[in-house]
Design a protein around this ligand. Sequence first.
Ligand code: ARG
Length: 457
Amino acid sequence: MEAPLKLWGGRFQEGPSETFQRFSWSLHFDRRLFEADIAGSKAWARALARAGVLTRPEAETICAALDRVPPPPPDAPDEDVHTYVIRMLGELAGGLASRLHTGRSRNEQVSLDTRLWLRGEIDRIAGLLRGLMGALLGQADAHVSTVIPGYTHLRRAQPVTWAHYLLAYFEMFWRDHERLAQTRQRVNRMPLGSGALAGAGFPIDREALARELGFDGITANSMDVSADRDWALDFLSAASLLMMHLSRLAEDWILYSSDEFGWLELSDGVTSGSSLMPQKKNPDSLELIRGKCGRVFGCFTSLFMTMKGLPLTYNRDMQEDKEPLFEAADQTAASLEMARAVVETARLRPEAARRAAAEGWLVATDLAEALARSGVPFHDAHRLVGRLVLESLRQGRQPQDWTGEELHAFDPRFTPEMARLLEPEEGLKTRAVPGGAAPQTVSAALEEARRRLESLS
Ligand code: ARG
């Protein structure tokens, strides 16, 4: 194969060694920036025409040729996608190609291309996230007052409703969506005109370039452009948080759908069997989401470590930014799609969930608060209900095994009508503060969530 085009070489007496070429080439992964590189190169050609470096017809010839450059084939010999595009342009537009790079550096080109690509990925991921949020609301719809056990320390704590639980995740994903939107603002600044590090030596209209490429504005410092990738880390951090939320939802649902909990049913379509044990229905989709979360954290850590301690401005270390970015975007998008399918098809078993909430003294707090409402100091009420629970454990009694009279006989500070609170639905009704689990509050919160979600699209 003939020696590949290089965008440098004049000051060298020997070419790069085979080992170094293999080690440093990035086309096999940065090929994903191909479309962005074409768009950026066309805009740059027009900017050069506006600056008087190229004539208008020359710029248009270059643009037409760029439109005809095919995506890099797997065996393309070029160092990176930018070099590939210039070589192909040379084949299609002849000598003009070597004028396109006037005033331009790959250091800013790689920033531009990655920003363009990432902007699209953020939009794709935000869309998938809205889909998942919609699925959570769909699942919540029928369950505003369906009682489930709420947990702390993975021990049954207080009754809540299934809709209230689902809305908790809605809030987490809402903030993830905000973080993506904020990240997009920082990504969407146009870096071209920064040169290698010191700014272009030609009168480039950077604002016009920004408009043409759909950016919100231009970057403010050429050295910053060459040196930093914090906007990529913003994305990796937002993606990591989003994956953390997905992973916790996955963990919850793996537990809730187990025989030990037994009040959530995952659909056949998102579970798999065992090659040996015929009875198994395994929650592999959720386990994979949990597993992929680890990979995305790894991507974040990887670029974080790469950037730490680099001297200003560009260093080749920064070529290592792309693979973690690509991987994090792919894994996050795939996990969101999977999570949505799980949420849309899962079925709550309301009777089993209620049974889990009615047994195990989740109503103890409701009872203590009723005593407090009747004038018993809370600490005394807490101690009294604690004694009732201890006695019940000794006798193997559940809350509903007690009558009002028996409660009163246990301690006269219990009034017989407090027995009502031994049903989980009763105490729930008292939690009507904004953000609380009372069904009427949850119903309003659900409506509000729907309104908020609609405002996003
Ligand atoms: N492939 C390089 C990267 O991804 C492009 C920039 C090369 N610049 C340089 N000075 N070698 O970072």
